[in-house]
Design a protein around this ligand. Structure first.
Ligand code: ADP
Ligand code: MG
Length: 684
């Protein structure tokens, strides 16, 4: 591969500067795309200049510049004049201009206008001869991201040189012609040339689209190829139909939705198939993912294996544990379910370890405690992580490593567009539960300001009188959990004085001991507490179907996806549920944001809107991971191209799974190069 050093004018020093920007080869240089473009417009008339901005003027330097010294600065000043007026010009620390700029000569000066008192001044302009400026005029000039010492001009010159020498850059088009035709993609060399030096806006758009496409295309193709290589994990626990599990399913108090049925079939196909399961179940809050996990665990147990489910909070672990044991009791299922969480006493834990190791337990539900060293499983065949976005990939893997080539099922309620899922969870098959149980009545929402609070309390009293329950969420005032706790406790105390005193109010926050939290949740579950004032600790997974009101204080402080999760705590039963978002801010953008929740209960739609507003990092809690950052493509604003690229990859792999066909040879070579270079990134 040619080093940038082979270009004229690049010596050791500049080579080092390029290296710092990650540019080593000419190929790297050509893929160092501009971050913006500058347009050299027609010079403006001096007489009509009035606002501070970047301008070009053409005129005569009135007199040879003078140099003044102010402290360490050398200020060069003169005037430039055209037929319509004159304006002062200054440069800093460029004393040589006094010699090179002769009074009476004509130049184009391009720089920023600034007010010096009342006087508009042209500061630090670039100086062009008329011919030079003419050559630049109306052509978009690339603006590159710079690192210290590296100037835009150096990069520009190097790129332009590289583009001139065919042997440096000419690469055979490697995208199959069918793909290029189908998605109207510009040719490779054309794209490279016009991304750096676009002829006009149209050519820039064409060039950019091609390069964005290829970036997504290579990424998705690489992930798919890696995934296929991984998929050869043989299914070490092939499990055929389980009559008992089907019987249990039939006996459930509700009928599975079509979406649940479909996903259950997909899960069973994995159990029966040649390869180990590696599947993500995505579904909006309340779509009923838990029952799918229960069915999978029971199916596994019925084949004599162990299954484990890890969840992010104690509260959720306990809740799952209790609902499963109850269900099993009710239907006479003789399978032992064991709970394991960090807050259990040593004695309880030891007992749990014993049950797990001796295979007394068929199903284990717990928190991170499940991946502790002391836990030894026996014939573990299935691991599930619920609310998977709350865990790191590492934790998911640690649980899987507790067994050997186990089936892996992960569940997530953060609904993300399929294309994003491909990028984030490229190594997983994806099932989507895209339907809510039929008996659900859509939640009624309102977004109000704090003056509505007394009315809200009256409303809450009425709901409680009907036998229903209520959540009130207070946000974190500060990052500190202590403040957090105070906030919730104070709020509850104040509420007690403003609301019917027969109503039992409970408090829940992250600072409480696990055992206290469990007590409160249990009391709330049994309707001994009617109003639960809580932080967002109830955000994920909590299921108390009798609760019908979710009131969120300071709703403006939460992200949309998070508010949607909170709202998901109600509307889980047969009664009409309500969500009251109280906003302490009447800023238009805040209201617009909350308005999105007000008119939609659809998690996919909301996640999409949140994505637009805040970017994927916040939504998915993956700020730290660079996996969503592309060189030129933007997963959000280029979403259509992303979808196209994903589709193109699917079609290609269908026709030529191993990229062995003659017309895909060049692509296979480029892909291999790409995978080599990006191995770190691809290991999501
Ligand atoms: P999530 O997908 O958010 O994890 P859950 O699994 O907690 O949702 O389910 C929410 C509620 O819906 C639970 O009370 C569950 O028993 C109930 N449920 C699940 N599936 C159905 C169904 N097909 N019909 C009616 N209710 C259901
Ligand atoms: Mg859930």
């Amino acid at each position: 591969m040619n080093s940038v050093r082979t270009l004229k004018g690049i010596g050791e020093k500049v080579e080092l500067l390029f290296q710092k920007a990650g540019i080593i080869t000419i190929e790297d240089l050509l893929h160092y795309y501009p971050k913006n473009y500058d347009i050299f417009e027609e010079p403006e008339e001096i007489g009509s200049l009035s606002i501070a901005k970047l301008v070009a003027v053409e005129g005569i330097i009135e007199k040879t510049p003078v140099v003044n010294r102010v402290k360490n600065l050398q200020i060069v000043t003169t005037y430039v004049r055209d037929a319509t007026g004159r304006i002062p010009v200054t440069w800093f620390n460029m004393p040589f201009l006094q010699k090179s700029l002769r009074g009476g000569s004509r130049y184009v000066l391009r720089g920023r206008l600034a007010y010096k008192g009342k006087q508009l001044t042209l500061e630090q302009p670039q100086i062009y001869t008329l011919a030079d400026y003419d050559a630049l005029k109306n052509i978009m000039q690339p603006v590159y991201a710079l690192t210290k010492g590296l100037t835009n001009n150096t990069i520009k010159k190097a790129v332009s040189q590289a583009l001139e020498k065919e042997e440096y850059y000419q690469r055979r088009e490697y995208l199959p012609i069918e793909i290029r035709t189908k998605y109207s993609l510009a040719e490779y060399n054309y794209a490279l040339r016009h991304i750096h030096f676009p002829k006009d806006m149209d050519s820039l758009i064409l060039a950019r689209r091609r390069l964005v496409f290829e970036e997504f295309f290579l990424f998705i193709l690489a992930i798919r190829r890696l995934k296929e290589a991984n998929d050869f994990t043989k299914n070490a626990y092939q499990m055929d139909e389980s009559k008992e599990t089907e019987k249990f399913k039939k006996n459930l108090p509700f009928q599975l939705t079509n979406a649940q049925e479909r996903v259950w079939e997909e899960i069973k196909q994995d159990f029966k198939g040649e390869r180990a399961m590696n599947r993500l179940i995505q579904g909006d809050v309340g779509s009923g993912k838990t029952i799918l996990a229960v069915l999978a665990l029971l199916y596994t147990a019925n084949h004599g294996y162990q299954g484990a489910m890890m969840v992010p909070t104690e509260v959720l672990a306990r809740q799952h544990y209790e609902s499963i044991t109850k269900l099993f009791e009710k239907y006479g299922i003789q399978k032992k379910v064991t709970l394991l969480t960090g807050s259990m006493t040593q004695k309880e834990k030891r007992l749990a370890y014993e049950e797990i190791a001796s295979h007394k337990s068929d199903i284990i539900i717990g928190t991170h405690a499940l991946i502790q060293e002391n836990v030894v499983y026996h014939r573990l065949a299935l691991v599930i992580t619920d609310e998977q976005h709350r865990f790191g990939v590492n934790q998911r893997e640690l649980l899987a490593e507790k067994g050997e080539a186990v089936h892996i099922l992960v569940m997530s309620a953060t609904p993300i567009p399929r294309t994003l899922a491909i990028i984030l969870y490229g190594d997983l098959d994806i099932s989507i539960v895209d339907e809510l149980p039929a008996d659900r009545i859509p939640i009624k929402n309102c977004v109000v300001d704090t003056s509505y609070r007394p009315k809200a309390y009256q409303f809450i009293e009425r709901e409680v009188a009907k036998g229903h329950q209520v959540y009130i969420i207070c946000p974190m005032v500060e990052e500190s959990e202590l403040m957090d706790a105070e906030n919730v406790t104070d709020y509850a105390a104040k509420l007690q004085t403003e609301i019917n005193s027969n109503i039992a109010i409970g408090v829940l926050h992250g600072k409480m001991k696990a055992s206290e939290k469990n007590q409160v949740m249990e009391a709330f579950g049994q309707n001994q507490i009617q109003v639960l004032v809580s932080t967002t600790v109830v955000e994920v997974g909590v299921n108390v179907p009798n609760a019908t009101v979710m009131m969120v204080e300071n709703a403006e402080r939460f992200g949309l996806a998070q508010l949607h999760q909170l709202r998901g705590r109600v509307g889980r039963g047969k009664a009409q549920s309500y969500c009251i978002f109280i906003s302490s801010s009447d800023k238009k953008e805040t209201m617009d944001r909350l308005e999105i929740l007000n008119h939609s209960n659809d998690g996919f739609y909301i996640a999409n809107e949140d994505l637009k507003l805040r970017g994927p990092g916040d939504l998915l809690g993956i700020r730290q991971s660079g996996s969503l950052e592309f060189k030129i493509g933007d997963i959000f604003s280029d979403a259509t191209t992303l979808t196209d690229a994903a589709e193109a990859v699917s079609i290609l792999l269908q026709q030529d799974p191993n990229l062995r066909m003659e017309e895909n040879k060049e692509l296979a070579r480029v892909l291999a190069e790409y995978m080599n270079k990006n191995m770190n990134r691809l290991n999501l």
